[in-house]
Design a protein around this ligand. Sequence first.
Ligand SMILES: CCCCCCCC/C=C\CCCC(=O)SCCNC(=O)CCNC(=O)[C@H](O)C(C)(C)COP(=O)(O)OP(=O)(O)OC[C@H]1O[C@@H](n2cnc3c(N)ncnc32)[C@H](O)[C@@H]1OP(=O)(O)O
Ligand SMILES: Cc1cc2nc3c(=O)[nH]c(=O)nc-3n(C[C@H](O)[C@H](O)[C@H](O)COP(=O)(O)OP(=O)(O)OC[C@H]3O[C@@H](n4cnc5c(N)ncnc54)[C@H](O)[C@@H]3O)c2cc1C
Length: 647
Amino acid sequence: MEGVDHLAFERNKAQFDVDEMKIVWAGSREDFELSDRISRLVASDPVFRKDDRAALGRKELFKNTLRKAAHAWKRVIELRLSGEFSALEPEAYKLRAFVDQPAFTDLHWGMFVPAIQGQGTDEQQQKWLPLAYRMQIIGCYAQTELGHGSNVQGLETTATFDPKTDEFVIHSPTLTSSKWWPGGLGKVSTHAVVYARLIIDGQDYGVHGFIVQLRSLDDHLPLPGITIGDIGMKFGNAAYNTMDNGVLTFDHVRIPRNQMLMRVSQVTREGKYVHSNVPRQLVYGTMVYVRQKIVADASVALSRAVCIATRYSAVRRQFGSHNGGLETQVIDYKTQQSRLFPLLASAYAFRFVGEWLLWLYTDVTERLKAKDFSTLPEAHACTAGLKSLTTTATADGIEECRKLCGGHGYLCSSGLPELFAVYVPACTYEGDNIVLLLQVARHLVKTVSQLSTGNKPVGTTAYMARLEQLLQYHSDVKKAEDWLKPNVVLEAFEARAARMCVACAQNLSKFSNPEEGFQELAADLVEAAVAHCQLIVVSNVYALSLLHKHLGDFISTGCIDPKQGSLANEQLRNLYSQVRPNAVALVDAYNYTDHYLGSILGRYDGNVYPKLYEEAWKDPLNDSIVPDGFKEYIQPLLKQQLRNARL
Ligand SMILES: CCCCCCCC/C=C\CCCC(=O)SCCNC(=O)CCNC(=O)[C@H](O)C(C)(C)COP(=O)(O)OP(=O)(O)OC[C@H]1O[C@@H](n2cnc3c(N)ncnc32)[C@H](O)[C@@H]1OP(=O)(O)O
Ligand SMILES: Cc1cc2nc3c(=O)[nH]c(=O)nc-3n(C[C@H](O)[C@H](O)[C@H](O)COP(=O)(O)OP(=O)(O)OC[C@H]3O[C@@H](n4cnc5c(N)ncnc54)[C@H](O)[C@@H]3O)c2cc1C
């Protein structure tokens, strides 16, 4: 029934203050009030309706996205939600909150602007950032090519310095050098930060960033020498098809020398290459920035799915009726809890580890300003590893939430198929998850190999300093509640990670060619990297469900024995019983509007069945009783069969 809260009985079970938890989830009371205000504005604005996406064709879908993005920008300005232009991120995130689907603005604010901020000189920032902040130009991040994405050093686009004219000539020498994938590139962006091989006097200086104008600011047509378009439909119906991921080729396009991003390296008027004594990897800085943002994104995406699955699990009843009484809520089945509650915990865990990663990223950014590069390897390893870990867990978690909702989870009106289709490329973009874990593994093996030189590991590898102890470690857990002691859990995770890293390092040492060994042992190295990254999350937040899921590692590395593993599982069941009365309240704390969730199963009021039934009839297929095509194709067949039967 309208207006009735079918989940009130669940909400009354909460054993904590939901309003306080809303502040915790939002990060601060100010952030909560702003996000609450924006989400309600969006929900009440017909421009931001989402229920029509599945029925729109690609062109209408994209046009509608442009309309939403333009309206969102106007509303951000009208409502004075736009802080000082220097306060970049709130703009980006406010726009995303309004538009709430992949759009060119993600890349303008999320990559084009940060690339100029991180790799542009002060003069270049003063010239380009005000144009970008006011959206007088629209930018994208054009790095990936048809032939190379993971291997950035393999990019083929060239930027050849011409001393006669003081210009770079940007060119696509091969088909595989075509820029391919950049979001916002296909139909909208007027400019791009293009990553290309710097060539001076025949010498290749490797990949650098260049600001290139792609389209006229008058008629939006591609400039001379530029061939540009969309790469075509992607996974899912609406999903990422609201984004114009593009293809771009250059035919000897000339740009002024001062459009090479020159904070890290410079080219003088005379054509001399100057590489100030900073790590060349600073050219990758934008990717590091986005990877830490993607960890925060993971907590949002996973919490949306968990909110839907938790509320529906409390509404759905199946079996268990006695004497005509109510059937059992599926959330009370221990199997449902063992699948759902770890995801509920993960959403919170990723939210908090994302805060920690933002602190780490901010710290390394401040250090870089002071030419302190000491924590750059740690920042790279943590952003790469946590981006990989959280996106894999979130993509798998959204799919699990669909399954937790049974058949109705497969309906578009559940919101889960669209959420999954939009989310899963996160396991690939901003770095393929396996490639990134291999980066973490390199960092870990290097750390272990340097222990013998007296090099003291710091940051998230500090536990390696206690290697002797960790290699002797065996948990002294004797009863289930011992697993509630944070130090008991932490030591087990440290020992597991240390032992897996040392085992890899020892096996690598058997290879005369280290690179060959690394390739041969890559699968083991990835597992060791996962163990290390899970330790980072655990040391910042949570554990037991991970320990249970990876029990094989803990037992095979001798950290715990099977009995202790079963005690952990027993304690996990006890914890599920403690979570159960708070489950609905814990997802209410995300403070998501029904509009934002876009899910009938996840409605705040739990009024699922009437709304599911109502929604079905809106499908265009129900516009006619007899569907188009039936009389043309099927009825003749039926009649023929009937005639044959009478013969
Ligand atoms: C509104 C805000 C929105 C924000 C978010 C919105 C969501 C956006 C949606 C979609 C965006 C998607 C955009 C993209 O996909 S952009 C393209 C992304 N591409 C990649 O991520 C490419 C991945 N590949 C790489 O990063 C590199 O190729 C590499 C795998 C790291 C290898 O690089 P390279 O060959 O140069 O390096 P080596 O492996 O040989 O290592 C050499 C040493 O360099 C160190 N290193 C490597 N990378 C970094 C780094 N980023 N920072 C610091 N140091 C780095 C490495 O550790 C080695 O060090 P050592 O000491 O061992 O020598
Ligand atoms: C939705 C979406 C949006 C994107 N947006 C942008 C954008 O705005 N700008 C941009 O520049 N790019 C963008 N990209 C491109 C994206 O960054 C790349 O696709 C990503 O970096 C992966 O690279 P790849 O496609 O070359 O994968 P590949 O590296 O070809 O991966 C294929 C397989 O090879 C494996 N593999 C590769 N190298 C190794 C290795 N050394 N060891 C072991 N296994 C390996 C991978 O694990 C994977 O299983 C986007 C991609 C998507 C899907």
